[in-house]
Design a protein around this ligand. Structure first.
Ligand code: ASP
Length: 326
């Protein structure tokens, strides 16, 4: 059967319905907007914060910023912001990006000493002619804008790093979040407000015990995050190098532009990794996508990726399907 016919059967027809009607169609159900989707278990409280902004009529950019600030400020979360695991030299270095419905984007990378890199990324977007600031330049910019310098290395994260250092290994692990009592991995969030306008945010302390200076996918517009308000958006988590080599979030968004559903687009982007980077056995990548109608998709390379979806007054933790069943 022709791909177009298959796509039609897969429910592309509702795409014709204007998002301005403040409804979306997902698996043959009508859903009210707004919708918020974000990566991992820490997405649950983050979605609550984002939805609160949207329900009060706040902007979709404020929603994603406030949403991802939750894990950034949580010292118990070892993969985002304060309390993040450091690099192998003991520095907590943060990456973050934000993108709004007007196509504007801002990001920071390799930033130390600031609890909320997402808010610095937003200032880069709104108050400079640039998209990305890095390292000490990003820190100086943040301090000029009134952000306070804070030691991000908590005693718990320092202890983990010291244990790791004793072993002197560099082996990235997959799906850390499955380890008991530890909340891990990047938060990537997409929100669609009641008018059908979309924004996204992505923030992380990156891969634990990475080489000093390593930057991942999360602050790279088009890799860790992409939003095109005419189409939808995508965000990623997992081994950033695989996402960067395939420009993952831009790829997912472009596939949606060509007519794929968010689910089909996420699956195709993971397949691209499998094809282009066959040596992926130690790594995880997870994609989330949402289109302008509020339909969502989630797919990962390996088992274990979960995400939080807040729609129709329900905020639920869901398991993504994966390419490999292990
Ligand atoms: N994608 C992030 C990075 O590579 C890490 C993660 O999501 O766990 O920096």
């Amino acid at each position: 059967m022709e791909r177009a016919a298959l796509l039609g059967m897969a429910g592309l027809l509702p795409r014709m319905v204007s998002a301005r009607k403040a409804v979306s169609y997902h698996q043959n159900q009508i859903h009210a907007l707004p919708v918020v989707i974000s990566t991992w278990r820490h997405g649950i409280p983050s979605n609550v914060a984002a939805m609160k902004v949207l329900e009060k009529g706040g902007s979709v950019l404020d929603a994603v910023e406030q949403g991802v600030r939750v894990p950034e400020g949580d010292p118990a979360n070892h993969s985002v912001g304060l309390g993040g695991f450091p690099d192998r030299d003991g520095h907590v270095t943060l990456d973050a990006s934000i993108m709004g419905p007007d196509g504007n984007a801002g990001s920071v990378c390799f930033l130390e000493g600031i609890v909320h890199p997402i808010s610095v990324a937003r200032k880069v977007m709104e108050e400079t002619p640039h998209v990305m600031l890095s390292g000490d330049g990003a820190l100086q910019f943040a301090l000029q804008k009134g952000f306070k310098k804070t030691d991000l290395l908590t005693p718990a994260a320092k202890q983990k790093w010291q244990q790791w250092r004793q072993k002197h290994k560099y082996h990235p692990e997959i799906n850390w979040e499955n380890k008991p009592n530890e909340y891990h991995d990047t938060i990537g969030m997409l929100a669609l407000d009641k008018n059908g306008d979309m924004a996204g945010a992505c923030t992380t302390s990156g891969l634990a015990f990475k080489l000093h200076g390593r930057v991942g996918d999360s602050p790279i517009i088009g890799a860790g995050l992409y939003v095109d308000n005419a189409v939808g958006g995508a965000t990623s988590t997992g081994m950033g190098e695989l996402v960067m080599k395939t420009v993952g979030s831009f790829l997912v968004t472009e596939l949606m532009r060509q007519g794929r559903s968010p689910q089909q687009a996420c699956e195709e982007a993971v397949l691209r990794i499998v094809e282009k980077i066959p040596d992926n056995k130690n790594f995880q990548v997870g994609y989330l996508a949402m289109n302008k109608q509020g339909e969502t998709g989630a797919y990962s390379l390996r088992k274990g990726f979960n995400y939080a979806l807040y729609r129709d007054k329900q905020n639920r933790l869901l398991d993504a399907r994966s390419y490999y069943t292990f």
